[in-house]
Design a protein around this ligand. Structure first.
Ligand SMILES: Nc1nc2c(c(=O)[nH]1)N(C=O)[C@@H](CNc1ccc(C(=O)N[C@@H](CCC(=O)O)C(=O)O)cc1)CN2
Ligand SMILES: Nc1nc2c(ncn2[C@@H]2O[C@H](COP(=O)(O)OP(=O)(O)OP(=O)(O)O)[C@@H](O)[C@H]2O)c(=O)[nH]1
Ligand SMILES: [K+]
Ligand SMILES: [Mg+2]
Length: 456
């Protein structure tokens, strides 16, 4: 694949910064920038080696727009696989725009979202799941999300899929060879070995599919709903966990009307804490809507923190929530422990198993809560080099591939004819190929890369 046009975009965030980087890629990127660049040592960019950097002025006719550093990368040895030039200029939005406009008038067009990485993919510098990982890496806001994206970008997941695909492909060829000899009763593909391979592939696929639940929450942050009666201190707790005065706290019951949520990483794991309206019977229309939202948020949460006031607690509400959400992890937490005497504490502890005590207002017991939250996340799967998938497109493709593999397995058990089995194998190969991009459509690529930022 080779493009004939040249693209340009700002690679750094728009706005003011110390330095901004403008990146151009395409067959003429180096020659066209050469004409707009006056090196202080009178060097011609086209004569310089790849991966070198040069100081000079960017000039528009007779006018100097900026003093800049220009780096050159010669295709195919560059990020995109094409000739690439990067101009590091002073980070004023005015200068950035002047230089981009200059390039646009001199042979470049504006890059669309993700177009540099799309070119890297189409030029074979990376496969599709690696390209997707680039976007995840930029978006990752916790160490765990970063680690997963990094592993995927470096090709961990792709290699795993490619290997399975290759092994399956070998068998497909043997089975298809049998089609040419269908009159004679020959079997090139050893059925026992094939069965073993299918078992192995389905196990790997199942493991990957199972990892999605964890991968998904890690990418987006594990949603934790903080629920309980009005005034128990839910918003106070949210603010402590986030280290920020995010929600309004007051002694008036019914302060929180709409849900408030924010993301924070605890020891490398991302959490999304959701403060909700206190649950109670009310005639207030707005508060009622808020309470309905509380229940919607509980549905979507992975963990529920049930917070109650140690001075005034009623076990029945906790039991109602347990009954209503039997499959959710529930943490019972007694707040305002600063107001409790040891006897009261003892009573609560005996009535509510595994209860944690804390004081949101005085920030005591918070690290114990954090430890507890971490222990509830199956972080075992995060260590080591097990692959965790985070992308729903991959998840869909894996499910479809698994379904086809099961069909092949059934076919094998039923001694199905080679031609029918070959069809299911091809389908499985197709879905595995979708992940790495061995098979793609323009729609699919458009979908993926349009979600990138401009300049990536
Ligand atoms: N200034 C700058 N920083 C950046 C990028 C970039 O494009 N420009 N990247 C972009 O996202 C990332 C780095 N990714 C890159 C990947 C490959 C190559 C590259 O030139 N590869 C060549 C040879 C490498 C060498 O010889 O040292 C190759 O693959 O052949 C450059 C950047 C992060 N930092
Ligand atoms: N003594 C004491 N007071 C607390 C503690 N945590 C919160 N409070 C107080 O309890 C009151 C209610 O706190 P909020 O955080 O607004 O309670 P809430 O559960 O969000 O209330 P609603 O949004 O109205 O449902 C405030 O006056 C807080 O200062 C605590 O640990 N100890
Ligand atoms: K309140
Ligand atoms: Mg509140």
């Amino acid at each position: 694949m080779s493009y004939t046009d040249n693209i340009v975009a700002l690679a750094t965030p728009s706005g003011t910064g110390a330095i901004a980087v403008i990146r151009a890629s395409g067959p003429d990127a180096i020659t066209l920038v050469d004409k707009l660049f006056k090196s202080i040592k009178d060097k011609k960019l086209v004569k310089q080696k790849s991966h070198t950097i040069h100081l000079g002025n960017i000039v528009d006719g007779g006018k100097i727009l900026d003093e800049a550093l220009v780096s050159i990368f010669k295709g195919p040895h560059s990020y995109t696989g094409e000739n690439v030039v990067e101009i590091s200029c002073h980070g004023s939005p005015f200068i950035q725009q002047q230089i981009i406009q200059l390039l646009l008038r001199n042979g470049c067009r504006a890059a669309s979202a993700g177009e540099f990485t799309l070119r890297a993919f189409l030029n074979g510098k990376m496969d599709l799941s690696q390209a997707e990982a680039v976007a995840d890496l930029i978006a990752s806001d916790s160490e765990a999300a970063h680690d997963i994206a990094m592993q995927q970008m470096r090709g961990g997941f792709s290699n795993e899929i490619q290997e399975l695909r290759q092994e399956l492909l070998n068998f497909a060829s043997l089975i298809e060879l049998e089609l040419d000899f269908s009159q004679e009763d020959v079997e090139f593909a050893d059925r026992t070995q094939f069965n073993e391979l299918l078992t192995k592939i389905s196990n790997v696929l199942k493991k990957l599919i199972d990892s999605f639940a964890l991968g998904n929450v890690i990418k987006n942050g594990i949603p934790v709903a903080i629920v309980g009666q009005p005034n128990v201190g839910k918003s106070t707790l949210l603010n402590v966990l986030l280290n920020e005065e995010r929600a309004i706290v007051s002694e008036i019951a019914g302060t929180t009307r709409d849900t408030v949520e924010d993301h924070i990483s605890i020891k490398g794991i991302g959490f999304r804490f959701i403060d909700t309206a206190g649950i109670r019977e009310t005639v207030d229309v707005v508060e009622k809507i808020g309470i309905e939202r509380t229940f919607e948020k509980i549905e979507k949460a992975r963990l529920i923190i049930y917070l109650f006031d140690g001075m005034d607690f009623d076990k029945s509400e906790l039991e109602q929530i347990q009954k209503r959400y039997p499959n959710k992890q529930l943490l019972s937490i007694c707040n305002k422990m600063d107001l409790l005497n040891p006897k009261q504490k003892e009573k609560i502890a005996s009535e509510i198993p595994n209860v944690l005590f804390l004081s949101a207002k005085f920030k005591t017991g918070i690290s114990e809560l954090e430890e507890k939250l971490l222990s509830l996340v199956d972080s075992g799967a995060l260590s080591g080099d097990t692959t965790i998938i985070t992308n729903s497109r991959h998840y869909d493709a894996l499910l479809k591939a698994l379904e086809e593999i099961q069909k092949v397995k059934e076919g094998l058990d039923m001694e199905l004819s080679s031609d029918l089995m070959a069809i299911d194998i091809r389908q499985a190969l197709y879905h595995l190929g979708e992940i790495t991009g061995s098979v793609t459509t323009d729609d699919l690529l458009g979908n993926i890369f349009s979600n990138f930022c401009i300049g990536k």
